[in-house]
Design a protein around this ligand. Structure first.
Ligand code: CIZ
Length: 301
């Protein structure tokens, strides 16, 4: 039976013509109530195409900003305004411009985990699902890749481009504990280990596949393996268990993002009641960031 909060969210979502989008790292109760659960690429595409008037973005700030860049006519709401991303916050416009002056031949590819103001200074954005394809498609031999150094290293190893890498990291993924990963591998020797490219390259050496969350879902769907160890934020284990109840999943060590867990059902309900807190990107920043974000959505994951 539905509890009172869930029922109230469902009623108000209809009354407000709202769509609830949740990232795969969100808590189970948010994934369960969402209209769509996915990675940044999927959520961006849905935000751009939806005919809902209100987008409730259950994720972190840069995701809500990206939705507003793509859908400026919509009311975009982040139910917890303090849900930020330390990786996104580690890059600012003046420092990027200094790097661009150092490498004048390079076009800038920006991981979507970045502020709107910095996106406005980039050639193209990407997600972990399409980083290799986006970088390959950029019309320059040299690329500045920011802000995640591990994803940048992955891009540098797997594309033909000369890549200048910004020295930032997702602190949750960068702290992945390799000893714990090895212990889980001993516990489930028949399992495949899937790790995210935001984890350190040493983790990739242990893994069967290095994939973003969308890639993990596609990999499991096409694999005959029964068990998987998951080396990304722990919300993804719930997502995979929901999608594939006939398989087994275990976290390959604790990778936990406290910002992703700040959104609760109560906050979603309050957002539907008050139509806030809104995320609005400054119109001039939006205009300059739009093309870069659109280039990301055009490349397959
Ligand atoms: O692209 C995204 O949504 C992030 C932040 C991770 C992933 O691999 O989905």
């Amino acid at each position: 039976m539905k509890n009172g909060t869930t029922a109230a969210v469902e009623r108000l979502r209809r009354d407000r013509n709202a769509v609830i989008l949740a990232h795969s790292y969100q808590p189970p109760e948010i994934q369960d109530i969402a209209d769509h659960v996915g990675d940044s690429l999927e959520l961006s595409r849905i935000a751009a195409a939806t005919d809902a008037s209100v987008i409730i973005l259950c994720g972190v700030r840069f995701m809500a900003e990206t939705a507003h860049i793509l859908a400026p006519g919509k009311t975009v709401i982040l139910p917890e305004p303090d849900a930020g991303c330390p990786l996104a916050d580690c890059i600012e416009v003046p420092a990027l411009k200094t790097m661009q002056e150092m490498y004048p031949e390079a076009l800038t590819v920006l991981y979507v985990n970045s502020p709107a103001s910095v996106k406005a200074e980039s050639y193209a954005c990407c997600t972990s699902a399409n980083a290799l394809r986006v970088v390959e498609a950029v019309p320059s031999r040299e690329v500045i890749f920011a802000p995640d150094r591990n994803l940048g290293t992955f891009v540098s190893r797997h594309t033909g481009k000369r890549v200048h890498i910004w020295n930032g990291a997702c602190r949750s993924h960068a702290a992945a504990d390799l000893r714990e990963m090895r212990a889980r591998m001993e516990e489930w020797p028949d399992a495949q280990l899937l790790v995210h490219p935001e984890t350190p390259p040493e983790a990739w050496e242990l893994a069967d596949e290095v994939l973003g969350t969308g890639g993990m879902i596609r990999h499991v769907a096409s694999s005959s393996c029964a068990r998987f160890l998951i080396g990304t934020e722990e919300g993804m284990v719930y997502r995979l268990r929901t999608l594939f109840p006939d398989r087994e999943f275990m976290a390959a060590g604790l990778i936990y993002c406290e910002n992703m867990k700040k959104i609760t059902l109560q906050k979603v309900l309050r957002s539907l009641e008050t139509l806030g807190p809104r995320v609005e990107v400054d119109p001039e920043v939006r205009r300059r960031a739009y093309e870069s974000v659109a280039r990301m959505t055009e490349v397959s994951g």
